[in-house]
Design a protein around this ligand. Structure first.
Ligand SMILES: NC(=O)c1ccc[n+]([C@@H]2O[C@H](COP(=O)([O-])OP(=O)(O)OC[C@H]3O[C@@H](n4cnc5c(N)ncnc54)[C@H](OP(=O)(O)O)[C@@H]3O)[C@@H](O)[C@H]2O)c1
Length: 276
């Protein structure tokens, strides 16, 4: 995952605001990837025990002048407290310092209001597998972001999985509906498969174990063949007239496609409402 370019573009100093589930997972990944980077963590609840003896990590309960030395500020607080976190940062923030937000539903326009119109801000939408380096992040750069700033953010985000840059911020509602919320759809697929397996006669615990490992195995196969279309992977395991074909004849009658289209449309609509 880590390339020479990522190390070259890594920041010398990074401030992380919020070290909860997502912030903590990111810090763990970045500490492993970038041995030369100094990390300053702002977290009122204290520095999590896992980082307390790390010589590359300093901590403060609130924003202080110490953030001035950072090349990038990463915002990983809940969207609801973003306004107060930004208000506390602003007096100490250099107007050219890059800010990277991973908060859902906080638009670039909101950041422009909270931090000032000059501040370079990147808005990223990761998903939960980012915590284990298997995420899908879509990022949008605000108008003040330099090419070097974009490379720094890319180097950081690449450590959490795949990264796609979008030019149009309005796409983020659809992104949230697909990759942001997507892991939950796959977990639900496991539940549905297990329940169908139990109806087909398997003991429920065994059905769940089979469903879970099947999704893990299929995802790993897809990961190993990034150039192969999903349809080809499916066809590779479907013999004409066989058992898989019999099941797919029912699954591919259009109902599932319609159901997912409706589900993503509902998630997108909800995301747009939360953003407004
Ligand atoms: N979790 C995910 O899967 C996921 C995925 C994509 C994006 N995100 C985004 O990531 C962000 C963080 O989510 P999370 O699940 O990691 O939330 P979380 O576990 O609640 O972490 C947020 C942390 O920020 C701390 N905090 C509160 N006020 C602060 C302040 N003024 N300055 C600095 N830190 C402060 C909180 O401390 P207290 O607990 O003491 O309040 C908490 O430890 C959210 O904006 C979310 O939209 C999360």
């Amino acid at each position: 995952m880590n390339s020479g370019a990522d190390i070259e573009n890594a920041p010398a100093a990074l401030t992380l605001v919020g070290c909860g589930r997502m912030g903590g997972a990111l810090l763990q990944i970045w500490l492993e990837a970038f041995a030369q980077t100094r990390f300053h963590v702002i977290e009122p609840a204290g520095l999590p025990a896992a980082f307390q003896n790390n010589k590359n990590v300093t901590h403060a309960a609130g924003a202080t002048a110490q953030i001035r030395g950072s090349d990038i500020i990463v915002l990983a607080v809940k969207p609801q407290i973003m306004a107060s976190a930004c208000a506390a940062l602003k007096p100490h923030l250099d107007v050219t310092t890059l800010v990277l937000s991973i908060a859902a539903g906080q638009s670039l326009e909101n950041f422009s209001k909270m931090l000032g119109a000059e501040q370079p801000v990147i808005r990223a939408m990761p998903n939960t597998p980012a915590a284990i380096g298997k995420g899908m992040t879509v990022a949008v750069a605000g108008k003040n972001v330099t090419a070097a700033g974009r490379k720094t953010a890319h180097a950081l985000l690449m450590q959490t999985g795949a990264v796609h840059w979008a030019e149009d911020e309005s796409l983020l509602d659809a992104v949230t509906a697909l990759s942001g919320s997507g892991p939950a759809y796959v977990f639900y697929l496991i539940e549905v498969l297990a329940s169908a397996g139990a109806k087909a006669g398997l003991e429920p615990g065994m059905a769940m174990a089979l469903a879970r490992q099947t999704v893990i195995g299929a995802a790993a196969l897809a990961e190993q063949a990034p150039q192969t279309q999903a349809a080809t992977l499916r066809e590779n395991v479907t013999s004409p007239g066989g058992t898989t074909a019999a099941a797919l004849e029912i699954l591919m009658n259009g109902e599932l496609e319609d159901l997912f289209a409706r589900a993503l449309a509902a998630a997108k609509k909800r995301g747009a409402a939360l953003n407004s």
